[in-house]
Design a binder for this molecule. Structure first.
Ligand code: SF4
Length: 335
């Protein structure tokens, strides 16, 4: 793949995103963390909101986790919000060498490793921040890069190590050709996101079609890479929504680790547990909610009962599953 050709394409075709107009590592980190599992349009909204309230790691470190989770509410994958708060506190720790900022070439010999030593930062995010904020030649590998590698080489099932090696080699070639690491990484990711798409691939608009082996195969580019088998397990749960005389539900805070950690919601139990049996004995069923997570399908039976004292849900961060459970219960509550 010719680096100069792809870089030239990127200079005119790059998506105009606000985090591409900054070199602030914190702003870039926020965008990367958000975009890992959130659509760009949605990510934009959350990115602006988080950055206005927390323009620096110190601003987030000083805030309560609950406030961070409130702003994160609706973005999904809540563990990310919690880890970001942990990270902000870690870089602001007076014992740490970071002085309230993310590791940079001024404070770390190996910026990528230093970033990875912080809570919630994996190889992808570390390489993205190091390259985009500091122009360091760290090759990123995400789903887009994996797809472009697989198609350029017509490789049906490249291993993670093979994709990483290919991406690193491309980065070396790009730097040798005088292309900035920041531009290179973003160009490959943009190619995967807008042209070399999983479905509806646009090879006729591709600047690097000349080197693409998948276009010469009988199966065609969209057969590469072959999909990874995905196992989805179903979990049956019971949500206990007890409502007080003012129409406010009884809410509990989820434990600090595990699913929806730190968020609030009605008590929820495994459908086969003793707690579920006891709860069912004295409540009616309002209905059922099906909720899909990445590898899990949650089937939730929503029970309705009476509470002595509830809480205002708006004042507590809740997950989208709990929002749906509460909405269903409210629709059936005899208020
Ligand atoms: S030619 Fe088609 S399949 Fe190959 S990299 Fe370009 S868009 Fe992807």
């Amino acid at each position: 793949m010719d680096p100069a050709t792809l870089a030239a394409w990127y200079s005119t075709a790059a998506r105009d995103l606000p985090w591409r107009r900054t070199r602030d590592p914190w702003a870039i980190l926020l965008s990367e963390v958000l975009l890992q599992q959130t659509q760009v349009a949605r990510g934009l909204e959350y990115w602006s909101r988080l950055l206005v309230r927390f323009p620096t790691p110190a601003a987030m470190a000083e805030a309560d986790l609950e406030e961070v989770m409130h702003l994160w509410q609706g973005a999904g994958y809540y563990a990310r919000g919690r880890r970001l708060h942990d990270l902000a506190r870690a870089v602001c720790d007076p014992e740490a060498p970071w002085g309230g900022l993310l590791p940079s070439p001024d404070t770390a010999e190996d910026v990528v490793s230093a970033l990875q030593s912080l809570p919630g930062i994996g190889p992808y995010t570390a390489a993205a921040v190091a390259s985009i904020a500091h122009d360091l030649p760290a090759a990123v590998v995400d789903g887009n890069v994996r797809r472009v590698v697989a198609r350029q080489r017509a490789s049906a099932s490249p291993t993670d190590a093979e994709v990483q090696r290919a991406a690193a080699r491309w980065m070396e070639a790009a730097v040798e050709a005088g292309v900035s690491p920041s531009v290179w990484n973003q160009a490959v990711m943009d190619l995967g996101a807008t042209v070399c798409r999983p479905r509806g691939v646009r090879c006729s608009a591709c600047p690097v079609q000349a080197t693409c082996k998948s276009t010469l195969t009988e199966e065609g580019p969209e057969s590469f890479p072959s999909p990874k088998p995905r196992r989805v397990t179903t979990e049956h749960l019971v949500a206990v929504v007890d409502i007080d005389e003012h129409g406010r539900p009884h809410l509990v805070q989820r434990p600090a680790t595990g699913r929806f950690a730190g968020l609030w919601g009605p008590p929820m139990h495994d459908a086969n547990s003793e707690e579920a049996k006891v709860a069912k004995a004295s409540r009616t069923t309002a209905g059922h909610v099906t909720h899909l997570l990445s590898h899990r399908r949650l089937e939730v039976e929503v029970l309705l009962g009476k509470a002595a004292l509830g809480r205002a849900p708006d004042a507590h961060p809740t997950s989208s599953l709990d929002d749906r459970v509460l909405a269903l219960a409210m629709d059936h509550a005899d208020l």
